[in-house]
Design a protein around this ligand. Structure first.
Ligand SMILES: NC(=O)c1ccc[n+]([C@@H]2O[C@H](COP(=O)([O-])OP(=O)(O)OC[C@H]3O[C@@H](n4cnc5c(N)ncnc54)[C@H](OP(=O)(O)O)[C@@H]3O)[C@@H](O)[C@H]2O)c1
Length: 251
């Protein structure tokens, strides 16, 4: 079991960690002394760069590319972890995909892709990770959900449904895996980093809307992930890291 003083020699996988929020989470664990696996879907050079930044903390970092819509690719990712490290102590499911589309315009293939990446992949990684963690003293799984999973999000219905499912996956996994000393929690970020096609100015309206009057940053989420990985008596929880956005009127 991981605690605040024992991250050295622990092994951490963060899905979708070549860039953005996943990268911030991965580097937070590397800074705390954990060996890390940089998973990515299509970001070879960014993933290598992230691994280099992790190694600067004196830890091992490997890079693995896997399409999370493919169960076989997920299986290969865990074979890589087993071969390279022989153990896994923390899994962070951060990768996700979304499309802005109203309910009646969503094509079935797009619905299925969102469910595959945002919900089925975390289900499969949880199964693989739990089997590895059970061989040692347990571990921690952290699912990055979204406030869109806690209240309906009109502009991204499939994203909202997948993230609500991820919250329930967190709770059923916490129930099932608690006896193996595997804790499972979720983080529900509010607005922390605009998508690449938007700027912070595009998100200026959040400054008015959010109780804290600012958007967050990836490090806010990364620190919450480290906390949930190291506190040994929290399981089945959803921690909002959202500047109070859940308290305001939904979209
Ligand atoms: N950013 C925010 O303000 C915010 C707010 C609330 C919740 N969140 C949640 O926080 C997490 C991280 O947010 P983010 O903004 O950093 O996410 P992001 O940039 O939208 O996506 C994270 C990563 O997911 C990976 N990914 C997507 N589809 C994949 C696939 N089929 N196979 C493998 N990897 C795939 C991508 O990897 P590649 O680049 O390598 O393809 C991408 O870098 C997500 O779960 C998101 O829903 C974020």
């Amino acid at each position: 079991m991981v605690n605040e003083t024992q991250l050295n020699e622990k092994v951490v996988l963060v899905t979708g960690s070549a860039r953005r929020v996943g990268k911030a989470i991965l580097l937070k664990f590397a800074e705390a002394g954990a060996h890390v696996i940089v998973h990515h879907g299509n970001s070879d050079s960014a993933a290598e760069q992230t691994a280099q930044e992790a190694r600067a903390f004196g830890v091992q970092a490997t890079v693995f590319k896997a399409d999370l819509a493919s169960p076989d690719a997920i299986s290969d990712l865990f074979s890589h972890i087993e071969e390279h490290f022989g153990r896994l102590d923390v899994l962070v499911n951060s990768a996700a995909t979304f499309f802005a589309r109203s309910l009646l315009e969503i094509p079935l293939e797009e619905w299925q892709l969102v469910m595959d990446v945002n919900l089925t992949a975390p289900f499969l990684t949880t199964q693989h990770a739990a089997r590895l963690m059970m061989k040692h003293q347990g571990g921690a799984i952290i699912n990055i959900t979204d406030n869109g999973g806690r209240r309906p999000w009109k502009k991204r219905p499939h994203h909202s449904v997948s993230k609500a499912g991820l919250i329930m996956l967190t709770k059923v996994s916490a129930l099932a895996l608690g006896p193996y000393n595997i804790r499972v929690n979720a983080i529900a970020p509010g607005p922390v980093l605009p998508p690449p096609d938007q700027t912070e100015e595009d998100w200026a309206f959040y400054k008015e809307k959010l109780p804290l009057k600012r958007i967050g940053n990836p490090d806010d989420v990364a620190r919450a992930a480290l906390f949930l990985a190291t506190n040994t008596f929290i399981t089945g929880e959803v921690l909002g890291v959202d500047g109070g956005s859940i308290l305001t009127v939904g979209e």
